[in-house]
Design a protein around this ligand. Sequence first.
Ligand code: EPU
Length: 300
Amino acid sequence: MSIISEKNFDIRKLTSFKTGGIIKEVFYPESIEECENIFKNHPSIKVFGNLSNTLVSSDGYDGAIVLTAKMTDISINGNTVTAGAGVKGPKLAQTVCESGLSGLEFMIGFPGSVGGEVYMNASANSQAVSDTFVSALCYSKTKGIIRLSKDEMRFGYRSSVCQSEDLIVLQAEFELTPKSKDEIKAQMDSNLQFRKNHQPSLALPNCGSIFKNPQGNSAGRLLDSIGAKTLSCGGVRIWENHANFIVNDNCGTSLDILSLMFDLYSKVKEKYDIELEPEIIFLGGKNEKENELCKILYKK
Ligand code: EPU
């Protein structure tokens, strides 16, 4: 059976930031075997879930990517849940709640999917992926499909070994705790309310927190103190209620977003000698100005 793919795909409608252009080819694998096949034939292919934490260049991307949107299997065995990389956070949170299992309530408001959440050890409301994570099936360019235990994942704040070793998360397993459905639902409602009060909804196109919190500090507070909430560039601006969010509510481009990020980065560096590190991932490479900004912001 052939793997589903689309050539010259306009990705803008799929991205949380509502930026993006033409991607040369997009693959939609439906199984781990199909992923393995694609990776063997395209060794440098990039993999994304729901593109909720990714800024895609308005000039598009001159290569192939994988979207894991069709890898959505969920299975529950006792207190253990196994989920495909493409399962969206809210779907997983609701499914385990129905089985009376607690530990993933924080995922209820996440627009992302399991692969990306494991890759960056997503966290919110005092819960993190690493709290309940048991193991993951990952693809390694040198070793093929491997299973990594929690220790081997070397989770940190918004980090895992997958980032440093270029591993792709295909499926993850979590060990949860039995709890009453009502308690789990109450926690999820409270998380959603927190999100509604503190973060912009996706009706205002955004990618969540722009920068990671520096150790022992808060990116939002640092950015607020340099007057970020009054800053804008082209069609994008800083959200008025939290300085670590950029919203694209006026048809801004990826260059607008990277330019505003650079402005924020420079002002914090100048005032505090702290170099903020982006939390969002960038996909592009065709625009010279963007490439220059990325070299500074992403240090590569
Ligand atoms: N603050 C300001 N001004 C602002 C924004 C924040 O002074 O404009 C202060 C707040 O008053 C607070 C501190 O900064 O004292 C931290 O802010 P907040 O409580 O909003 O948390 P955060 O560190 O900005 C983190 C995660 C969020 C996660 C929330 C809740 C990061 C970079 N962000 O936000 O994750 O939802 O905690 O747990 O770690 C994401 O990763 O996309 C994301 C939204």
